[in-house]
Design a protein around this ligand. Structure first.
Ligand SMILES: Nc1ncnc2c1ncn2[C@@H]1O[C@H](COP(=O)(O)OP(=O)(O)O)[C@@H](O)[C@H]1O
Ligand SMILES: [Mg+2]
Length: 398
């Protein structure tokens, strides 16, 4: 019997479309002899839909039309398993769409990649591919990630963090940045991806504009020194905390936009049938043009950071080399990278279907390990007849 695998994608995120591309690519490559793939598309309004149309990238050109041929659905846990059922219940006949054995979130960005969707799947008690709630949340928060990595001795750039409550005192925030770093600096929303809301500031005016712009996308932003003579190197890591492996390194090539790799550069290129190809279409050098020592350092550091942050599945860890000083910094970790970084594994001889299978197996390993942990006690203390008044019981933990 085939294993029912639900692929979840889309969602209320600025990287919604990128997720659709990554998911359709993956669904094309998952082994269909072994898995019955159930596409579950989350709209920008967080409605869940399923249907055959969702396999075809061309359907997404007109989403309202596409959804007319799909079924609104919800996950429920019932009869000891997770099931996908019709959201608009029919009075007669079955509302059951499919049982679901494993969930595969292929989502990018806030609200989905940041532990929110992972928490939902955890609550359903279903094995799911990729990082768990905490690693996903840390991976999405550029500030928390920096603090954790810095604490463990990983090389990261220092930064100033501001919250939107400080927007009235933006001049004071700018003073702080000038005092700490001078110019140029990079301003970023803390919890987005795909370069959305990121800009470079060379003077006070542009700093204030950049900060205001970043606040349009997030209520928390960070400012860090800009690496002026920058070489960006990305490396994918696959595995779990017990054992992980690094891919080859890539060097994404950027054009204009003051040295910031833009959303359109990352995803707008390419074409063919899909109209866009996700991260796989970006101009890049594989392997990256770096020294063997740099290559070794980056690959080793990537694996160590992955394991330290408790990641699972496939990630892409992005580095910055300051070509003036030869210093190498971890820039960020993408817990669900665009195109699931499959193109970084192909040069190592790992075909995309094999990579996907590996990720699914890792999710099952974590689920099995979780089953050995005691999450609740069999005794119901509420059944013991004691009086648990509104005040709780003083002196105990209640
Ligand atoms: N400190 C920096 N110095 C120079 N360029 C930077 C710096 N931080 C980010 N960038 C540029 O901005 C791009 C996007 O920043 P990044 O932190 O990777 O955010 P995202 O999650 O949106 O990809 C990077 O790929 C790089 O081109
Ligand atoms: Mg990035």
């Amino acid at each position: 019997m085939k294993i029912n695998l639900a692929v979840l994608f889309g969602g209320k995120s600025v990287e919604h479309e990128v997720s659709v591309i990554s998911a359709v690519q993956a669904m094309t490559s998952i082994n269909k002899e072994k898995y019955n793939i159930i596409p579950v598309y989350m709209t920008k309004q967080n409605e869940f839909w399923t249907g055959e149309k969702l396999f075809d990238i061309n359907s997404y050109k007109n989403i309202p039309e596409m959804l007319k041929e799909c079924t609104a659905c919800v996950f429920v846990r019932s009869e000891g398993k997770v099931q996908l059922i019709r959201q608009k219940m029919k009075k007669f006949g079955s509302n059951h769409i499919s049982d679901v054995d494993i969930a595969f979130p292929i989502v990018h960005g806030t609200n989905v990649e940041d532990g929110a969707l992972q928490g939902y799947l955890q609550t359903l008690d279903i094995p799911y591919v990729g990082c768990d709630v905490l690693a996903s949340a840390v991976g999405m928060d550029k500030f928390v990630m920096k603090i954790l990595l810095k604490d463990a001795g990983f090389p990261v750039l220092d930064c100033c963090r501001f919250s939107s409550f400080e927007i009235d005192k933006i001049e004071e925030c700018a003073d702080k940045v000038e005092k700490k770093f001078g110019y140029p600096v990079i301003v970023k929303p803390i919890n987005l991806g795909s370069s959305v809301g990121i800009s470079k500031a060379n003077d006070r005016d542009s700093l204030i504009k950049s900060m205001e712009n970043a606040f349009d996308f997030s209520d928390r932003i960070l400012v860090e020194p800009a690496v002026v003579n920058l070489k960006e190197i990305n490396c994918s890591v696959v595995g779990d905390s017990e054992s992980a492996e690094a891919s080859v390194c890539e060097e994404p090539i950027q054009a204009s936009n003051e040295g910031i790799l833009s959303y359109t550069q990352k995803y707008g290129g390419g074409g063919g049938k899909t109209g866009a190809k996700g991260m796989a279409s970006l101009t890049r050098k594989i392997p990256a043009e770096i020294t063997p020592e740099q290559d070794e350092f980056i690959r080793k550091t990537a694996v160590e950071a992955f394991r330290y942050l408790g990641c699972n599945g496939v990630t892409r860890i992005d580095f910055m080399i300051d070509m003036n000083t030869d210093k190498i910094y971890i820039n960020e970790i993408n817990t669900i990278p665009g195109s699931l970084a499959f193109y970084l594994w192909q040069p190592k001889g790992l075909k995309y279907p094999e990579l996907l299978e590996k990720l699914i197996q890792l999710s099952l390993k974590r689920y099995r390990m979780g089953e050995k942990i005691n999450y609740s006690f069999d005794t119901n203390i509420l059944a013991s007849g004691g009086s648990f008044g509104a005040k709780g019981s003083k002196g105990s933990k209640m």
